[in-house]
Design a protein around this ligand. Structure first.
Ligand code: ZN
Length: 388
Protein backbone atom coordinates (compact mmCIF):
# COMPACT_ATOMS: atom_id res chain seq x y z
CA UNK A 1 0.00 0.00 0.00
CA UNK A 2 1.29 3.46 -0.79
CA UNK A 3 1.07 6.60 1.38
CA UNK A 4 -1.66 8.21 -0.73
CA UNK A 5 -3.91 5.14 -0.34
CA UNK A 6 -3.30 5.06 3.42
CA UNK A 7 -4.14 8.78 3.64
CA UNK A 8 -7.38 8.16 1.75
CA UNK A 9 -8.32 5.40 4.20
CA UNK A 10 -7.34 7.56 7.19
CA UNK A 11 -9.65 10.30 5.92
CA UNK A 12 -12.50 7.77 5.69
CA UNK A 13 -11.79 6.67 9.27
CA UNK A 14 -11.50 10.15 10.83
CA UNK A 15 -14.66 11.41 9.10
CA UNK A 16 -16.78 8.35 9.94
CA UNK A 17 -19.82 9.72 11.76
CA UNK A 18 -20.68 8.24 15.14
CA UNK A 19 -23.58 5.78 15.35
CA UNK A 20 -25.32 3.86 18.13
CA UNK A 21 -23.07 0.89 17.47
CA UNK A 22 -19.40 0.98 18.54
CA UNK A 23 -16.46 0.55 16.15
CA UNK A 24 -14.13 -2.37 16.82
CA UNK A 25 -10.55 -1.49 15.82
CA UNK A 26 -8.41 -4.62 15.50
CA UNK A 27 -4.67 -4.49 14.78
CA UNK A 28 -2.58 -7.62 14.26
CA UNK A 29 1.17 -8.21 14.22
CA UNK A 30 1.83 -11.02 11.73
CA UNK A 31 5.60 -11.29 12.27
CA UNK A 32 5.10 -14.61 14.09
CA UNK A 33 2.08 -15.66 11.99
CA UNK A 34 -1.68 -15.18 12.16
CA UNK A 35 -2.28 -17.80 14.89
CA UNK A 36 0.15 -16.09 17.26
CA UNK A 37 -1.47 -12.72 16.53
CA UNK A 38 -4.93 -14.09 17.23
CA UNK A 39 -3.77 -15.61 20.50
CA UNK A 40 -2.36 -12.23 21.48
CA UNK A 41 -5.79 -10.57 21.19
CA UNK A 42 -7.99 -13.49 22.38
CA UNK A 43 -7.65 -12.54 26.04
CA UNK A 44 -8.53 -8.91 25.24
CA UNK A 45 -11.61 -10.04 23.29
CA UNK A 46 -12.81 -12.11 26.26
CA UNK A 47 -12.30 -9.09 28.53
CA UNK A 48 -14.10 -6.72 26.14
CA UNK A 49 -17.09 -9.10 25.97
CA UNK A 50 -17.37 -9.11 29.76
CA UNK A 51 -17.01 -5.35 30.04
CA UNK A 52 -19.79 -4.42 27.62
CA UNK A 53 -23.42 -4.11 28.75
CA UNK A 54 -26.32 -4.92 26.36
CA UNK A 55 -27.06 -3.80 23.68
CA UNK A 56 -23.40 -2.76 23.16
CA UNK A 57 -22.30 -6.35 23.60
CA UNK A 58 -24.64 -7.63 20.90
CA UNK A 59 -23.38 -4.89 18.55
CA UNK A 60 -19.78 -5.78 19.41
CA UNK A 61 -20.50 -9.43 18.50
CA UNK A 62 -21.90 -8.35 15.13
CA UNK A 63 -18.79 -6.29 14.40
CA UNK A 64 -16.40 -8.95 15.66
CA UNK A 65 -18.07 -11.67 13.55
CA UNK A 66 -17.11 -9.67 10.44
CA UNK A 67 -13.51 -9.39 11.70
CA UNK A 68 -13.45 -13.12 12.50
CA UNK A 69 -14.60 -13.94 8.94
CA UNK A 70 -11.93 -11.67 7.47
CA UNK A 71 -9.17 -13.26 9.59
CA UNK A 72 -10.31 -16.73 8.54
CA UNK A 73 -9.71 -15.78 4.87
CA UNK A 74 -6.01 -15.19 5.66
CA UNK A 75 -3.58 -12.52 4.45
CA UNK A 76 -0.76 -12.17 1.93
CA UNK A 77 2.41 -13.98 2.95
CA UNK A 78 4.44 -10.74 2.86
CA UNK A 79 2.02 -8.88 5.15
CA UNK A 80 3.46 -8.10 8.60
CA UNK A 81 0.71 -5.83 9.89
CA UNK A 82 -3.05 -5.80 9.52
CA UNK A 83 -5.72 -3.33 10.63
CA UNK A 84 -9.44 -4.17 10.52
CA UNK A 85 -12.22 -1.75 11.48
CA UNK A 86 -15.75 -3.03 11.87
CA UNK A 87 -19.13 -1.72 13.04
CA UNK A 88 -22.43 -3.58 13.24
CA UNK A 89 -25.94 -2.20 13.68
CA UNK A 90 -27.93 -0.06 11.24
CA UNK A 91 -24.89 1.89 9.99
CA UNK A 92 -22.52 -0.94 9.20
CA UNK A 93 -18.88 -0.18 8.43
CA UNK A 94 -15.98 -2.41 7.44
CA UNK A 95 -12.41 -1.68 6.34
CA UNK A 96 -9.39 -4.00 6.23
CA UNK A 97 -5.82 -2.89 5.52
CA UNK A 98 -2.65 -4.95 5.00
CA UNK A 99 0.93 -3.70 5.34
CA UNK A 100 4.44 -4.98 4.63
CA UNK A 101 5.55 -3.43 7.91
CA UNK A 102 4.52 -4.54 11.40
CA UNK A 103 1.74 -3.20 13.62
CA UNK A 104 1.17 -4.19 17.27
CA UNK A 105 -1.54 -6.75 18.14
CA UNK A 106 -4.18 -4.61 19.76
CA UNK A 107 -8.00 -4.42 19.86
CA UNK A 108 -10.36 -1.76 21.15
CA UNK A 109 -14.02 -0.74 21.17
CA UNK A 110 -14.82 2.93 20.80
CA UNK A 111 -17.45 5.27 19.32
CA UNK A 112 -15.01 6.09 16.49
CA UNK A 113 -12.18 4.08 14.84
CA UNK A 114 -8.93 4.07 16.81
CA UNK A 115 -6.34 5.28 14.32
CA UNK A 116 -3.29 6.00 16.50
CA UNK A 117 -1.37 2.91 15.33
CA UNK A 118 -1.97 3.80 11.67
CA UNK A 119 -0.74 7.33 12.32
CA UNK A 120 2.39 5.97 14.01
CA UNK A 121 2.96 3.54 11.12
CA UNK A 122 2.63 6.36 8.59
CA UNK A 123 5.13 8.52 10.47
CA UNK A 124 7.64 5.71 11.10
CA UNK A 125 7.81 4.13 7.64
CA UNK A 126 6.51 6.92 5.40
CA UNK A 127 8.20 6.86 1.97
CA UNK A 128 11.54 7.40 0.28
CA UNK A 129 13.47 6.62 -2.90
CA UNK A 130 16.24 4.01 -3.15
CA UNK A 131 18.72 3.74 -6.00
CA UNK A 132 20.30 0.27 -6.10
CA UNK A 133 23.31 0.22 -8.40
CA UNK A 134 25.71 -2.59 -9.16
CA UNK A 135 27.87 -3.44 -12.14
CA UNK A 136 25.07 -5.06 -14.12
CA UNK A 137 21.92 -3.09 -13.51
CA UNK A 138 20.54 -0.11 -11.68
CA UNK A 139 17.10 0.28 -10.19
CA UNK A 140 15.28 3.33 -8.88
CA UNK A 141 12.75 2.15 -6.30
CA UNK A 142 9.96 3.94 -4.48
CA UNK A 143 9.41 2.53 -0.99
CA UNK A 144 6.07 3.35 0.65
CA UNK A 145 5.34 1.83 4.07
CA UNK A 146 7.80 -0.96 3.21
CA UNK A 147 6.13 -1.70 -0.15
CA UNK A 148 8.55 -1.56 -3.11
CA UNK A 149 7.64 -0.19 -6.54
CA UNK A 150 10.08 -0.10 -9.48
CA UNK A 151 10.31 3.39 -10.95
CA UNK A 152 13.14 2.50 -13.34
CA UNK A 153 15.25 -0.47 -14.29
CA UNK A 154 18.28 0.05 -16.51
CA UNK A 155 20.59 -2.58 -17.89
CA UNK A 156 24.18 -1.44 -18.14
CA UNK A 157 25.29 -1.98 -21.74
CA UNK A 158 28.41 -4.11 -21.63
CA UNK A 159 31.62 -2.48 -22.72
CA UNK A 160 33.63 -5.55 -21.86
CA UNK A 161 33.04 -7.36 -25.16
CA UNK A 162 34.45 -4.45 -27.13
CA UNK A 163 37.88 -5.03 -25.62
CA UNK A 164 39.68 -7.39 -27.89
CA UNK A 165 37.63 -6.24 -30.86
CA UNK A 166 40.27 -3.73 -31.83
CA UNK A 167 40.09 -1.34 -28.83
CA UNK A 168 43.32 -0.70 -26.99
CA UNK A 169 43.20 -0.99 -23.21
CA UNK A 170 43.79 2.77 -22.89
CA UNK A 171 40.93 3.50 -25.22
CA UNK A 172 38.71 1.11 -23.24
CA UNK A 173 39.64 2.67 -19.89
CA UNK A 174 38.91 6.24 -20.96
CA UNK A 175 35.76 5.12 -22.73
CA UNK A 176 34.60 3.31 -19.62
CA UNK A 177 35.15 6.39 -17.45
CA UNK A 178 33.20 8.55 -19.86
CA UNK A 179 30.49 5.92 -20.09
CA UNK A 180 30.26 5.59 -16.27
CA UNK A 181 29.94 9.32 -15.94
CA UNK A 182 27.12 9.54 -18.48
CA UNK A 183 25.34 6.58 -16.93
CA UNK A 184 25.54 8.03 -13.39
CA UNK A 185 24.21 11.39 -14.61
CA UNK A 186 21.31 9.68 -16.35
CA UNK A 187 20.40 7.60 -13.26
CA UNK A 188 20.61 10.67 -11.00
CA UNK A 189 18.44 12.67 -13.43
CA UNK A 190 15.75 9.96 -13.33
CA UNK A 191 15.97 9.62 -9.53
CA UNK A 192 15.59 13.41 -9.28
CA UNK A 193 12.50 13.33 -11.49
CA UNK A 194 10.93 10.52 -9.46
CA UNK A 195 11.65 12.44 -6.23
CA UNK A 196 10.24 15.71 -7.52
CA UNK A 197 7.09 14.05 -8.92
CA UNK A 198 6.42 12.10 -5.72
CA UNK A 199 7.49 15.01 -3.43
CA UNK A 200 10.00 12.75 -1.68
CA UNK A 201 12.21 14.22 1.04
CA UNK A 202 14.59 11.27 1.44
CA UNK A 203 16.97 9.31 -0.76
CA UNK A 204 19.10 6.23 -0.02
CA UNK A 205 21.84 4.88 -2.28
CA UNK A 206 22.65 1.17 -2.21
CA UNK A 207 25.08 -0.94 -4.20
CA UNK A 208 28.73 -1.68 -4.82
CA UNK A 209 31.20 0.92 -3.48
CA UNK A 210 32.32 1.84 -7.03
CA UNK A 211 28.77 2.47 -8.29
CA UNK A 212 27.49 4.29 -5.20
CA UNK A 213 30.58 6.55 -5.29
CA UNK A 214 29.89 7.35 -8.95
CA UNK A 215 26.25 8.18 -8.23
CA UNK A 216 27.14 10.24 -5.21
CA UNK A 217 29.52 12.36 -7.25
CA UNK A 218 26.78 12.93 -9.81
CA UNK A 219 24.20 14.14 -7.24
CA UNK A 220 23.28 17.80 -7.57
CA UNK A 221 23.21 19.78 -4.27
CA UNK A 222 19.47 19.66 -3.90
CA UNK A 223 19.49 15.81 -4.07
CA UNK A 224 22.65 15.52 -1.97
CA UNK A 225 20.79 17.29 0.86
CA UNK A 226 18.11 14.58 0.74
CA UNK A 227 20.59 11.69 0.86
CA UNK A 228 20.29 9.99 4.25
CA UNK A 229 22.54 6.93 3.82
CA UNK A 230 24.66 4.81 1.50
CA UNK A 231 24.10 1.09 2.06
CA UNK A 232 26.55 -1.50 0.72
CA UNK A 233 25.00 -4.23 -1.47
CA UNK A 234 26.26 -6.67 -4.09
CA UNK A 235 24.74 -8.33 -7.17
CA UNK A 236 24.01 -11.39 -5.08
CA UNK A 237 21.86 -9.63 -2.47
CA UNK A 238 18.09 -9.94 -2.89
CA UNK A 239 16.28 -6.63 -3.46
CA UNK A 240 14.03 -7.34 -0.48
CA UNK A 241 17.05 -7.63 1.84
CA UNK A 242 18.70 -4.50 0.44
CA UNK A 243 15.48 -2.52 0.92
CA UNK A 244 15.14 -3.88 4.48
CA UNK A 245 18.62 -2.46 5.19
CA UNK A 246 17.63 0.93 3.72
CA UNK A 247 14.43 0.87 5.78
CA UNK A 248 16.51 0.62 8.96
CA UNK A 249 18.44 3.74 7.82
CA UNK A 250 15.21 5.55 7.12
CA UNK A 251 13.72 4.70 10.54
CA UNK A 252 16.89 6.01 12.19
CA UNK A 253 16.67 9.27 10.17
CA UNK A 254 12.96 9.61 11.02
CA UNK A 255 13.78 9.27 14.73
CA UNK A 256 16.42 12.02 14.44
CA UNK A 257 13.82 14.28 12.80
CA UNK A 258 11.37 13.51 15.61
CA UNK A 259 13.93 14.55 18.21
CA UNK A 260 14.62 17.73 16.23
CA UNK A 261 10.88 18.49 16.38
CA UNK A 262 10.96 18.04 20.19
CA UNK A 263 13.91 20.44 20.40
CA UNK A 264 12.01 23.03 18.38
CA UNK A 265 8.96 22.53 20.61
CA UNK A 266 11.09 23.01 23.73
CA UNK A 267 12.70 26.16 22.28
CA UNK A 268 9.34 27.69 21.35
CA UNK A 269 7.83 26.87 24.75
CA UNK A 270 10.80 28.49 26.56
CA UNK A 271 10.58 31.71 24.59
CA UNK A 272 6.77 31.72 24.84
CA UNK A 273 6.63 31.38 21.07
CA UNK A 274 4.53 29.39 18.63
CA UNK A 275 3.99 26.25 20.67
CA UNK A 276 1.81 24.64 23.33
CA UNK A 277 2.42 21.56 25.47
CA UNK A 278 0.14 19.18 27.32
CA UNK A 279 -3.05 17.41 26.25
CA UNK A 280 -5.55 20.16 27.13
CA UNK A 281 -3.69 22.97 25.34
CA UNK A 282 -2.91 20.72 22.36
CA UNK A 283 -6.57 19.70 22.05
CA UNK A 284 -7.63 23.35 22.12
CA UNK A 285 -5.00 24.36 19.53
CA UNK A 286 -6.12 21.56 17.19
CA UNK A 287 -9.76 22.60 17.57
CA UNK A 288 -8.69 26.20 16.76
CA UNK A 289 -6.90 24.97 13.57
CA UNK A 290 -3.66 26.58 14.82
CA UNK A 291 -1.48 23.49 14.59
CA UNK A 292 1.34 23.02 12.12
CA UNK A 293 2.87 19.92 13.72
CA UNK A 294 1.55 17.63 16.44
CA UNK A 295 4.43 16.09 18.41
CA UNK A 296 3.44 13.06 20.49
CA UNK A 297 5.45 10.54 22.51
CA UNK A 298 4.83 6.82 21.94
CA UNK A 299 4.97 6.47 25.73
CA UNK A 300 2.30 9.13 26.28
CA UNK A 301 -0.52 7.70 28.41
CA UNK A 302 -3.67 9.80 27.96
CA UNK A 303 -5.23 11.43 31.00
CA UNK A 304 -8.91 10.82 31.81
CA UNK A 305 -11.07 13.09 29.66
CA UNK A 306 -14.62 13.52 28.46
CA UNK A 307 -16.46 15.18 25.61
CA UNK A 308 -20.03 16.25 24.87
CA UNK A 309 -21.60 14.95 21.65
CA UNK A 310 -24.03 17.86 21.64
CA UNK A 311 -21.74 20.92 21.86
CA UNK A 312 -18.34 19.26 21.18
CA UNK A 313 -16.76 20.68 24.35
CA UNK A 314 -13.95 18.47 25.69
CA UNK A 315 -12.16 18.46 29.02
CA UNK A 316 -8.95 16.78 30.14
CA UNK A 317 -8.06 15.60 33.66
CA UNK A 318 -11.67 15.69 34.78
CA UNK A 319 -14.19 13.00 35.74
CA UNK A 320 -17.13 12.33 33.41
CA UNK A 321 -20.06 14.63 34.30
CA UNK A 322 -23.61 13.26 33.84
CA UNK A 323 -24.72 16.62 32.44
CA UNK A 324 -22.53 18.78 30.19
CA UNK A 325 -21.71 21.96 32.17
CA UNK A 326 -21.49 23.87 28.91
CA UNK A 327 -24.82 23.04 27.23
CA UNK A 328 -26.79 20.94 29.73
CA UNK A 329 -26.92 17.90 27.44
CA UNK A 330 -26.69 14.40 28.87
CA UNK A 331 -24.70 13.21 25.82
CA UNK A 332 -21.36 13.24 27.64
CA UNK A 333 -18.91 10.37 27.16
CA UNK A 334 -15.35 9.41 27.99
CA UNK A 335 -12.71 10.55 25.53
CA UNK A 336 -9.42 8.86 24.61
CA UNK A 337 -7.32 12.02 24.30
CA UNK A 338 -4.44 10.32 22.48
CA UNK A 339 -6.86 9.10 19.80
CA UNK A 340 -8.66 12.42 19.66
CA UNK A 341 -5.40 14.35 19.18
CA UNK A 342 -4.36 12.01 16.35
CA UNK A 343 -7.85 12.20 14.82
CA UNK A 344 -8.02 16.01 14.87
CA UNK A 345 -4.48 16.30 13.47
CA UNK A 346 -5.32 13.95 10.57
CA UNK A 347 -8.61 15.74 9.98
CA UNK A 348 -6.88 19.12 9.88
CA UNK A 349 -4.07 17.91 7.62
CA UNK A 350 -1.40 18.79 10.24
CA UNK A 351 1.98 17.11 10.30
CA UNK A 352 2.35 14.45 13.00
CA UNK A 353 5.64 13.42 14.61
CA UNK A 354 5.53 10.36 16.82
CA UNK A 355 8.58 10.35 19.09
CA UNK A 356 10.26 7.44 20.88
CA UNK A 357 12.32 7.77 24.06
CA UNK A 358 12.18 11.51 24.63
CA UNK A 359 12.40 12.32 28.32
CA UNK A 360 11.96 16.04 27.59
CA UNK A 361 8.72 15.48 25.70
CA UNK A 362 7.38 13.27 28.51
CA UNK A 363 8.25 16.03 31.01
CA UNK A 364 6.23 18.44 28.88
CA UNK A 365 3.19 16.15 29.23
CA UNK A 366 3.93 13.68 26.43
CA UNK A 367 2.37 15.83 23.74
CA UNK A 368 2.69 19.30 22.27
CA UNK A 369 2.07 21.31 19.12
CA UNK A 370 4.07 23.69 16.98
CA UNK A 371 1.63 26.39 15.95
CA UNK A 372 1.13 28.42 12.79
CA UNK A 373 -0.25 31.41 14.73
CA UNK A 374 -1.34 32.45 18.22
CA UNK A 375 -4.94 33.28 19.08
CA UNK A 376 -5.88 36.50 20.82
CA UNK A 377 -7.33 34.68 23.82
CA UNK A 378 -3.85 33.23 24.56
CA UNK A 379 -4.13 29.48 24.39
CA UNK A 380 -3.11 27.92 27.66
CA UNK A 381 -5.19 30.09 29.99
CA UNK A 382 -7.82 27.33 30.06
CA UNK A 383 -5.70 24.26 29.41
CA UNK A 384 -8.23 21.80 30.78
CA UNK A 385 -11.23 22.71 28.64
CA UNK A 386 -11.27 22.71 24.84
CA UNK A 387 -14.19 24.14 22.93
CA UNK A 388 -15.01 23.08 19.39
ZN1 ZN B 1 -22.36 20.08 25.78
Amino acid sequence: MNIQTLEKHLLTLVTLGEADAPVVSCYLNLEAGLDAARQAIDERVRLLRKSLPQPQRELFEQAFTQIHTRLAAGFLEESLGVAVFSRGGAQEFFLDLEFRVPLPSWISVNSTPNIYHLVELKDTYDRYVVVIANDHNTRVLEVHLGTITDAMLAERPELQDRVGRGWSRDHYQSNRREHDHQFANEVVRIAGEVMATGKYRHLVLAGTPRMTALLRQALPKQLESKLIDVVPASDKDRTRDVVAATLASFIEEEQQESLAAVEMLEREIRRHGLAVAGAGASLQALKNHQVDLLVMATEYVPEPAWTCAECDVAAVQQGLPAICPSCGSSKTRRLDVKEELARLAELGGCGIEIVHDSEILMQMGGVGCLLRFLTSDAVGLHPAVARG
